[in-house]
Design a protein around this ligand. Structure first.
Ligand code: CDP
Length: 130
């Protein structure tokens, strides 16, 4: 059986990366992640990402490029990440999160990322440094 895909967005605005602090479930609450979620049946990863960011943050976004790589989550799930451009709206923690931060290039270590998001954030940082 193939793994289920969880998509997450590296949302950039004026050179800063958006980090979101999870409010649930209890074992993840307080840790920071790239916002996103699971694909629904029939959705492409890009469609799922646009939907999740609309639901969770109240913004319209456009996936730009896939960040090379794939990272294991809990058994049966893998994380794939896209860089994302903010088209409209100011992100607000509407669902799943209780705080947001915009991180400049030298601030990426300032938040306590979920373990599984750390390699993804490192890959994103490598990409944006090119
Ligand atoms: O909103 P939905 O239920 O589709 O998904 P979610 O609960 O936000 O994420 C699904 C799973 O992926 C959860 O176990 C999250 O902890 C995990 N996840 C993650 O580890 N890192 C992310 N950047 C996004 C989700």
């Amino acid at each position: 059986m193939s793994d289920r895909v969880v998509v997450a967005g590296a949302v950039y605005d004026r050179g800063r990366l958006l980090a979101a602090r999870r409010s649930a479930p209890e074992e993840l609450a307080g840790r920071w992640e790239l916002p996103g979620g699971k694909l629904e049946p029939g959705e492409s990863p890009e469609q799922a990402l646009v939907r999740e960011l609309r639901e969770e943050l109240g913004v319209e976004t456009e996936p730009v490029e896939r960040v090379p790589g794939e990272w294991p989550l809990k058994p049966g799930y893998v994380l794939r990440v896209w860089t994302v451009r903010l088209l409209s709206g100011e992100p607000r923690p509407l669902e799943d999160h209780d705080a947001l931060r915009w991180l400049g290039p030298h601030e990426l270590d300032d938040v306590d990322w979920l373990d599984q998001d750390r390699p993804a954030v490192a890959a994103v940082a490598g990409l944006s440094a090119e």
